[in-house]
Design a protein. Sequence first.
Length: 140
Amino acid sequence: MVSIAFVINFLDRQVLSVLAPTIRHELSLSQTQYGVIVFTFPLGMALFQIPNGMLMDRAGPRKGFSIIVSAWSVANGAHAAARSVLAFCSLRFALGAAECGNYTGGLKLVAQSFPTRERGLAGGVGRGWDHRPGRESFHG
């Protein structure tokens, strides 16, 4: 289940770059405005790594995953209604803030679910998709 969440998480991140030309055209966004929108996603991730780690510690990875997947689903779906730079920035920030919990929660879940001698393999299987050849093709 964690591996599926990682894959969905990865694909979520690529959608904006694929749709960028259409979005930029329809909303008349400059390169600078689009750059600011793109920047807010990793900013949300950076600022919410520790709070999401604390969430996973307090709520546990299963409940924590439910919370972050719900939050990133709402943020992701709300992108369809965004019509301004501020709206896109807010939603990209929220998406990054929620999605980064995928990593802290995934690590905690592996640590709790597998014996010490099997954690390396479990973590590798869960994260192996992230480093496959050709993934850069999504970044256009």
